[in-house]
Design a protein around this ligand. Structure first.
Ligand code: ADP
Ligand code: ADP
Length: 227
């Protein structure tokens, strides 16, 4: 669970990037933040794992104020998926996908099963297993990266336009995978997008931001009814 209580961020140069932000992202929910460029989406998201420190209000993760959690520990507890995902260049795709399960000390059989499952879910040809990231297209690398993040143990995941660099078919497939996986795994996801169709498809709730403030929070039906 992620809670924002009257949160604001004023940058060192005096820019008030966001103000009076209040919301709660419940366990198992995909909460979509949407709004025009510069409205404060990235700032809001980065305050959760303290890539940016908030200057007003308070933020809690699973009931704990983030300021009382060590930054290292905080980032270990929170998954983060960027638009451009960096795979480990010196590891094969198979090794990249196995990193998290191996960190979790799963037994070998379970790791192999999980890797196979991830390949199936991403629709990536298994012949890519032994290849290196530089040998894959950008879209293929992104699919490996997103699924790797979803394989992890973290309950809270921040996703910053993770699908926007993908071709439409891969994007749709990954959106479906995300919905499906989240039904199974029940992660708490804060998802930034500038694409309303994506927000309507994925969001259990949608939060519209404008000029650093929240303009509206509602379900898909409430958003559609408000227009
Ligand atoms: P979005 O993600 O919605 O595009 P951002 O959170 O990146 O919006 O930016 C919100 C506002 O804060 C913008 O006006 C942006 O120019 C400003 N901003 C972002 N980062 C900084 C910074 N480091 N210093 C000053 N202003 C910043
Ligand atoms: P992101 O890719 O995370 O959205 P941006 O490309 O918007 O980041 O910005 C890159 C860096 O520049 C970030 O560290 C951001 O905080 C900073 N930045 C963005 N807008 C401004 C601004 N108006 N003034 C100063 N720094 C900014």
């Amino acid at each position: 669970m992620i809670e924002f209580k009257d949160v604001g961020k004023t940058y060192a140069d005096g820019t008030k990037a966001v103000q009076h932000v209040n919301f709660t992202v419940e366990q198992g929910e995909i909460f979509c933040l949407i709004g025009p460029s510069g409205c404060g989406k990235t700032t809001t998201m980065k305050m959760v794992n303290r890539l940016i420190d908030h200057t007003e209000g308070q933020i809690w993760i699973d009931g704990e104020p983030i300021m009382s959690i060590n930054e290292h520990e905080l980032r270990r507890r929170i998954g983060y998926v960027l638009q451009q995902i960096a795979l480990f260049p010196h590891m094969t795709i198979e090794e990249n996908v196995s990193v998290v399960p191996e960190l979790l000390k799963w037994n070998k059989e379970k790791v192999v099963q999980r890797v196979d499952e991830l390949f199936r879910l991403t629709g990536l040809n298994t012949s890519l297993k032994k290849k290196y990231p530089s040998e894959l297209s950008g879209g293929q690398q992104q699919r490996v990266g997103v699924m790797r993040a979803l394989a992890a143990e973290q309950d809270v995941i921040l996703m910053d336009e993770p699908f926007s660099a993908l071709d439409p078919i891969s994007r749709e497939q990954l959106q479906n995978d995300l919905l499906h996986l989240n039904e199974e795994l029940g992660k708490t996801i804060l998802f930034v997008t500038h694409d309303m169709n994506e927000a309507l498809k994925l969001g259990s709730r949608i939060c519209l931001m404008n000029a650093g403030e929240i303009a509206f929070i509602g379900t898909k039906d409430e958003v559609l009814a408000s227009n």
